[in-house]
Design a protein around this ligand. Structure first.
Ligand code: PMP
Length: 343
């Protein structure tokens, strides 16, 4: 079994992190003259809390974890990149991911000059743990799983994920960006059992705050310590911390939106399946429906002409002929359905 210390890149293991003014003095003071801030324009003149302590306390309650198990990022894209920078030695280490999946894992691998190994899902988009484990070797530092998966929309089988958690001794990332739309619980409850597990959530989807850019990584306190050492000191602005905190206080609104999207997903799925241009709609545990059509390119172009934008996924592995359709409001979905009925 490799320890977290052994999995780290050597330069990160020995890193002496930047110590910012707010790290060196914590607490209340009469006069702050330590951070070269401007005394005007309170409270935005001050650098924000680099560790977002107050917001993390709220998120910890919401998610049933301890505050020290949380890292907040500029979207969940930030912790994805940090995983490479913390664990993967360029040109030497590799990561293994399911295929197809969210495109940022491979882009971050390329940016960080780390080999990216793709393991195809089965035709029905299910995960074969054995096949994935066979693609790993002693240089595999990270396995990326996305559940519910993008662009396929399905949850990965719990038993198959457990096999990977029990057998792989590197870092396992489970990206749960769409978990609020699934009817199974998050892997968060397993966090204390697996010191090598990182779970990603985001405020961009069910919380309807994509432009705010706030994502969450949950992991052992040890892994979070390294995230904190490597991230930019003030990555989450005060505006973001305040706004996210306020939205959590009004979470009944998020819960209502979530229900509306789930109702619309059921309706959209049923209505799409009736259309002549639709060959198949895949089961969705997310806020989008992967749809196989008679002519993805032609339909995509015609929809664009009508001002309706969906995602063309035709060239993605296992997704030929497919469009990925986000579940919108009832009115938006009706506009889409009416247009598709003429194609
Ligand atoms: N993970 C998955 C699976 C996604 O689909 C996305 C965005 N489309 C993200 C992470 C990143 O989301 P954000 O950076 O907005 O949190």
């Amino acid at each position: 079994m490799r320890t977290i210390e052994q999995l780290l890149r050597p330069n990160i293991r020995s890193l002496k992190p930047y110590s910012c003014a707010r790290d060196e003095f914590k607490g209340e003071a009469r006069v702050y003259l330590d951070a070269n801030e401007n005394p005007r324009n309170q409270p935005y003149n001050r650098y924000p809390d680099p560790l977002q302590v107050q917001l993390k306390e709220k998120i910890a309650q919401l998610k049933g974890v301890r505050p020290l198990q949380i890292m907040l990022g500029v979207g969940s894209d930030e912790p994805i990149d940090l995983v490479f920078r913390i664990f993967c030695e360029p040109k030497e280490d590799n990561v293994v991911a399911i295929e197809p999946t969210y495109g940022m894992y491979s882009v971050c691998a390329e940016i960080n000059d780390v080999e990216y190994r793709r393991v195809r899902l089965n035709e029905d988009f299910s995960l074969d743990a054995e096949k994935l484990l066979n693609a790993t070797d002693e240089h595999t530092k990270v396995v990326f799983l996305c559940s519910p998966n993008n662009p396929t929309g399905n949850l990965l089988d719990k038993g198959e994920i457990e096999k990977i958690l029990r057998s792989f001794d590197g870092i396992i990332v489970i990206d749960e960006a769409y978990i609020d739309f699934a009817d199974t619980p998050s892997w968060l409850s397993q966090l204390d059992q697996y010191p090598n597990l990182i779970i990603l959530h985001t405020f961009s989807k069910a919380w309807a705050m994509a432009s705010v850019r706030c994502g969450m990584a949950f992991a052992s306190e040890q892994i979070i310590t390294y995230f904190n050492k490597v991230k930019y000191p003030y990555n989450i602005s005060l505006l973001t911390q305040q706004y996210v905190s306020e939205r959590i206080d009004h979470r009944e609104e998020k819960e209502l939106w979530q229900k509306q999207i789930l109702n619309e997903r059921t309706r959209l799925q049923k209505e799409l399946a009736k259309l002549p241009c639709v060959i198949k709609t895949y089961h969705s545990d997310a806020n989008f429906i992967l749809t196989r059509t008679t002519d993805a390119n032609g339909i995509y172009k015609s929809l664009v002409q009508e001002g309706i934008i969906v995602r063309l996924r035709d060239t993605v592995t296992l997704c030929d002929g497919c469009l990925r359709i986000t579940v919108g409001t009832r009115k938006e979905n009706d506009i889409l359905l009416e247009a598709l009925s003429r194609m």
